[in-house]
Design a protein around this ligand. Sequence first.
Ligand code: AMP
Length: 285
Amino acid sequence: MLRVALPNKGRLSEDVRELFSDAGLEVRAHGERALLASLGGEFEAILVRARDIPEFVADGAADVGVTGWDLVRESGRDLGMLLDLEFGGCRLVVAARDDSGIATLEDITDAPRVATVFPNLARQFFARAGRPVTIVPVSGATEIAPHLGIADIIVDLTSSGSTLRVHQLHEVATVLESSARLIASPTPAAAAERAASELAAALSSVLRARDKRYVMANVPRVALESVRRVMPGVNGPTVIDILDGDQFVAVHAVVAQSAIYRTIADLKSLGAQGILVTRIERLMP
Ligand code: AMP
């Protein structure tokens, strides 16, 4: 049994469940507030707070876990990163009040108070930058600290920047880039290591497929050379005979989602018919 620690609620939990479900590992919790869930096969999940996951994995309560890279780094625990799951993207930034006169790190003087939910990362960052500060640990709503007079600047997560703007704060420096990651103990048992790397391969095949589409079309045989150019696929398109008297052939290829519009227009201009575009569940190179 491989035990996987997953966020029970919060920003990452929905995306994590969707990813696992797409990989054929549906999270089946035994009730609303259950701690344990079955994932099918040789996997089971413990559903816990995202912030606790680095500790659980480091202590061996779970073999692997999914949580934000910011929380992994803040924990200071020695953990291996198996896979970047690409969602939950955000940055940990230093932010100051718009009326503070602070534009860059060089403007930070006189050991200001820094409110943050990430005291360890903030302390390390300012020490490395050679800027003495006083860390004020808070447990949430960091962005209001400067307005309450609790702190002069903050270190907080941002993705769109809108929360900072609403609170008349602006970014001064980036401390860390984060996204959801699959993490594991750096010294796993052999069986757990094998299961964890199979899990990473399954999840990464789903992620790889998400921005790709499978395109099928019937094209005039005479246009085949041009089709190779507009639909290169992984190793060139697959070409299949059609029992139509040799005029048309079916071509199939994997195409980046971002290129679909162009590919369809190009295929049409080559005389393609019956163009079909479908999603791909998994892609293993
Ligand atoms: P939770 O507190 O359980 O909602 O999870 C928070 C985690 O979601 C953070 O530690 C980040 O890894 C991630 N995250 C992604 N975008 C943001 C954001 N804009 N603000 C806060 N957390 C974010």
